[in-house]
Design a protein around this ligand. Structure first.
Ligand code: HEC
Length: 162
């Protein structure tokens, strides 16, 4: 009996779950927002997002960061994606997202993205609209940035012992 009840309860929960997750139709822009969130794009392209565990208002999202990432590639800055999308046509956005980028931009993740996903992201960014300033330009290797930066140069445990 008890197992029957729990079975029925389980089936009920399953039904509830499927109702919650049911294909609530997402608009293209909502889909873009979803993709940006699961893609972790805010972690780098929104100042303070990762440090605040994602608790930043959407108005601040994806406006870029002036904290550089310094490594063997020089120093790169996560760009202001809202400003870029506002300046570019859908086709130009597609080309940008398919162009090679320096670390720590997760280029392979973008390469795995479908054209339709790239367009959904564009639509969401256009919905958010232009905001914030452009990120600083990238610096070549060997140049010390005059902004805050993360040191992405690998250090060996051996070397730091002495
Ligand atoms: C680990 C940090 C990091 C994450 C996560 C990240 N990016 Fe980036 N992104 C960067 C950096 C740094 C650059 C600058 C690269 C360069 O200068 O070559 C960049 C550049 C870009 C550019 C080019 C911007 C421009 O104006 O030229 C686009 C577009 C972009 N990222 C989209 C995304 C998207 C979409 C995601 C999520 C799927 C994402 N990024 C996740 C760090 C990141």
């Amino acid at each position: 009996m008890a197992s029957k009840i729990s079975y029925a309860f389980g089936a009920f929960m399953l039904l509830c779950g499927s109702t919650v997750n049911a294909d609530t139709p997402m608009t293209d822009a909502q889909r873009g927002k979803y993709l940006l969130q699961v893609g972790g794009c805010n972690d780098c392209h929104t100042m303070g997002y990762a440090q605040n565990n994602g608790r930043l208002p959407e108005e601040q999202w994806l406006t870029g960061s002036n904290v550089g990432f310094m490594g063997p590639w020089g120093t790169t800055y996560p760009g202001n994606l809202r400003k870029r999308a506002a300046q570019l046509s859908a086709k130009q956005w597609q080309e940008l997202m398919r162009s090679p980028m320096r670390p720590p931009m997760p280029t392979p993740s973008l390469a795995a993205m479908s054209d339709a996903d790239i367009q959904s992201i564009y639509h969401y960014l256009r919905t958010l609209g232009d905001a914030g300033d452009a990120a600083p330009a990238a610096l070549p290797p060997g140049v010390t940035p005059n902004t805050a930066y993360f040191d992405f140069v690998p250090k060996s445990a051996e070397a730091t012992k002495s």
